[in-house]
Design a protein around this ligand. Structure first.
Ligand code: ZN
Length: 116
């Protein structure tokens, strides 16, 4: 069980190494921070689970190790790699965009309703 968790951790780190660093800014691991300072940010398809949490959840999945690893790889395929700072900023921008879109939909609805 513990071995499976380490395997998943290594797999995720190896995938981060392949990406090389943050896609939004020049951040790469250095003497001050390692790969733990980089997050998987879902940009394609449906998010099934948080990749970082898979390390801790992998022993509970009830799958064999290679099946867990394939699920993690499938999930990573839907993600871009961001440094923690960019991840925070991008997440905030998404929330603001969703709020603005909701306000615009509400405005369209009210405008039509009042006009009718
Ligand atoms: Zn960044």
């Amino acid at each position: 069980m513990g071995k499976g968790r380490e395997d998943v951790r290594e797999l995720i780190e190896h995938e981060k190494e392949k990406r090389g660093g943050c896609v939004r800014c020049p951040a790469k691991p250095n003497e001050y921070w390692g790969w733990e300072a980089f997050d998987w940010d879902h940009v394609f398809g449906e998010k099934l689970f948080n990749v970082a949490e898979a390390v801790y959840e992998s022993s509970k999945f009830g799958f064999r190790a290679h099946e867990v690893q394939q699920k993690v790889l499938d999930e990573i395929d839907k993600c871009q790699l961001l440094c923690a700072n960019c991840h925070r900023t991008v997440s905030r921008e998404r929330i603001r965009t969703r709020q603005r879109e909701a306000e615009e939909r509400w405005h369209v609805f009210v405008t039509r309703w009042v006009a009718a």
